[in-house]
Design a binder for this molecule. Structure first.
Ligand code: ADP
Length: 628
């Protein structure tokens, strides 16, 4: 091989698309390219430091770990050099020719969208190395890997292709030489670059040298004493590690000596980027050991459902030379995860007590993650149970309450916490399920999100009280009654069909609806509604069934309702008329029965056959209007 061997490569299609956005739409947020490149250099230095601890022999081991920025105002160039891990030929080709992002096409769509709407959002994306082309007409990357193999130079003008050629005599690390565009000559000025570094890169854990001077103070903020850190420093640090533009919502900075030595600084962002169309967020917490980065965006230091957190966990109990692969099943790390998770959940609980309103803001934005935790992780159920919030028959609309608040005002003798799922507060309150709760003045939680029933059935109980869905067939609200309740109950008993007619009606309904229902029973709970659907199966609630029906629909499968019980209100005028009608015109009575069943299904939020229902409905209306 000769030292001048040069090869030319096409950029991958996605990379071309990204470059096109970077070059043509992002120039108003240009400054961030400096941050992106410094952050790449810092990552490369962290990687080198970690590898040199695990591996024995490393190339160019005498080089100080630092970032150097050289500016040339005459030639209009900016050069960023690091003594990090470097790249060999193959790495230059794969790292700087393709996009490593998982789901890169979704990423690109999101980016293009953001570029149109609000360029300041770009910061959240991390355009990475390609950001260099925001300011440079041509970029040269000289790099030599820590493995000591020969160095190479990568060159491109960011349009269609790039070249790679050998470049002998380089030190370990990477040098990025940018030939600045005509309208970007300012980036060769010291004041300009110094300002950008102070704004975005103040916390880079390696010296950044600009024109021979170190411009950042290298410090690990989380190891400093809380009382010495200003709000501004915390916020700046959050913005730095989270590449965030917002202010944090919550902050927890704590240290512990036992059972493990821990120093942690965690932030809850203001926004939940997962629901803003940015796709699944990756963990924002980095794992350090004695200030050395062991695992960036660590998936091991916190449970997956806390992936919205940003920050740092540092534990000197971890072995410094632990490899990233062995983190996954490391027992010490599992312990660390447990301790930090418990501490964070305790912190949230404290916040909820101190400032309930701010906590509700958190709950509305990030509650979905806590729900995810409850359904996927048994370990923290108790703590999570304290943190969930739901609306209830006694709460104000839009102001969910804690289970503890429900328990506190439970009626004497009440041993369960009741809930019912529905599409909205209004729909639940108009439906049949809450009638008896209203009469008996028993509070009931409204679970407005379909996954809530999964959450509550996973939780099972709270504070020794069972969590019970109000659409269960065997629901028993207890017999203790107030005088008013007693009076209303007696009135209803008097209004019922007499015993014999009741038995006839029920057995006829069972027969008529036998292919739809598991059973027909007389309701002890209905007050005015003529009928309702209840679940004979103790575990499944109708809302869970709705979720399963939706997922069957998505897969193109037929809906599959398990058979339910129909509870009928034998005191309702309609049921009483139906008992009469059945004697004189059984065929038409069967139509009415089928319609009552469909109505009850709809009130339960379940699927009916709309065509058959509408046709039947017209036949009934026709009769009402005087037809035959
Ligand atoms: P990201 O940093 O998000 O992975 P980039 O496009 O910025 O994406 O970089 C792609 C890859 O190129 C990095 O993951 C890293 O492996 C490599 N790389 C970039 N800059 C450097 C550098 N200064 N030193 C060593 N490797 C680098």
């Amino acid at each position: 091989m000769t030292s001048t061997q040069t090869t030319t490569h096409e950029f991958q299609a996605e990379t071309k698309k990204l470059l096109d956005i970077v070059i043509h739409s992002l120039y108003t947020e240009r400054d961030i390219f400096v941050r992106e490149l410094i952050s790449n250099s810092s990552d490369a230095l962290e990687k080198f430091r970690h590898e040199s601890l695990t591996a024995g022999d490393v190339f160019d081991s005498h080089m100080p770990l630092e970032i150097t920025i050289d500016l040339d105002e005459e030639k209009h160039t900016m050069t960023i050099t690091d003594t990090g891990i470097g790249m060999n030929r193959l790495e230059l080709e794969t790292n700087l020719g393709t996009i490593a992002h998982s789901g890169s096409s979704a990423f690109l769509d999101g980016l293009a969208e953001a570029a149109k709407k609000d360029v300041s959002l770009i910061g959240q994306f991390g355009v990475g190395f390609y950001a260099a082309f925001m300011a440079a007409a041509r970029v040269r990357v000289q790099s030599r890997s820590w493995d000591g193999s020969e160095g190479h130079e990568w060159t491109s003008d960011g349009t269609g292709s790039y070249t790679i050629s050998e470049s002998p005599g380089l030190h370990r690390g990477t040098r990025i030489i940018m030939e600045l565009k005509d309208d970007a000559h300012d980036y060769a000025k010291k004041w300009k670059v110094e300002n950008i570094i102070k704004q975005y890169s103040a916390f880079v854990p390696f010296p950044i040298k600009l024109a021979g001077e170190t411009v950042n103070t290298v410090q690990a903020l989380w190891t400093r004493n809380k009382s010495e850190i200003s709000e501004q420093e915390y916020t700046n640090f959050y913005k730095f590690i989270g590449t965030a533009t917002d202010e944090p919502r919550y902050r927890l900075h704590f240290s512990a000596d036992a059972p493990l030595a821990i120093n942690a600084l965690l932030f809850v962002p203001k926004e939940n980027f997962e629901v803003m169309g940015f796709g699944r967020v990756e963990s924002g917490v980095n794992l350090y050991c004695q200030r050395i980065l062991i695992d960036q965006h660590s998936e091991n230091v916190l449970p997956d459902w806390l992936r919205f957190l940003k920050g740092v966990v540092d534990s000197e109990d971890l072995p410094l030379n632990i490899s990233r692969q062995s983190l996954q099943d490391n027992a010490l790390l599992a312990k660390l995860r447990r301790v930090i998770t418990k501490r964070f959940l305790k912190y949230l609980d404290e916040q909820a007590q101190e400032d309930p309103e701010a906590y509700l803001g958190f709950w509305k934005t990030f509650g979905v993650y806590l729900k995810e935790g409850l359904t996927s992780d048994y370990e923290f159920q108790k703590e999570l149970g304290r943190l969930i919030r739901f609306e209830s028959s006694r709460s104000e609309a839009g102001s969910p309450i804690a289970l503890a608040a429900y328990v506190e005002r439970m009626k004497e003798g009440q041993d369960s916490i009741y809930y019912i799922n529905g599409a909205s507060r209004a729909a639940i309150e108009a439906g049949p399920y809450v009638e008896m709760f209203t009469r008996k003045e028993i509070e009931i939680l409204y679970t407005l999100d379909p996954i809530d029933d999964f959450v509550l059935s996973h939780l099972g109980e709270f504070d020794g009280k069972k969590l019970v869905s109000a659409d269960r067939a065997d629901l028993d609200l207890g017999s203790e009654e107030s005088p008013k309740e007693k009076e209303e109950g007696e009135k209803q008993e008097e209004a019922r069909l007499e015993q014999g007619a009741r038995a006839v009606l029920i057995s006829w309904l069972k027969e008529t609806l036998h292919d739809k229902v598991a059973d027909v029973v007389e309701s002890k709970r209905l007050v005015t509604a003529p009928a309702m659907i209840v679940n004979p199966d103790g575990y499944m609630t109708t809302s869970m069934e709705r979720i399963m029906a939706a997922s069957r629909r998505e897969k193109g499968q037929e809906p599959m309702n398990s058979k339910k019980n129909l509870e009928i209100n034998t005191a309702s005028p309609l049921m009483k008329r139906l008992a009469e009608l059945q004697k004189s015109d059984a065929a038409f009575a069967a139509e009415v029965a089928a319609q009552i069943y469909d109505n009850a299904m709809i009130q339960a939020g379940l699927v009916v056959d709309p065509l058959a229902m509408v046709e039947r409905n017209y036949r009934i209306l026709n009769r009402v209007a005087g037809g035959a």
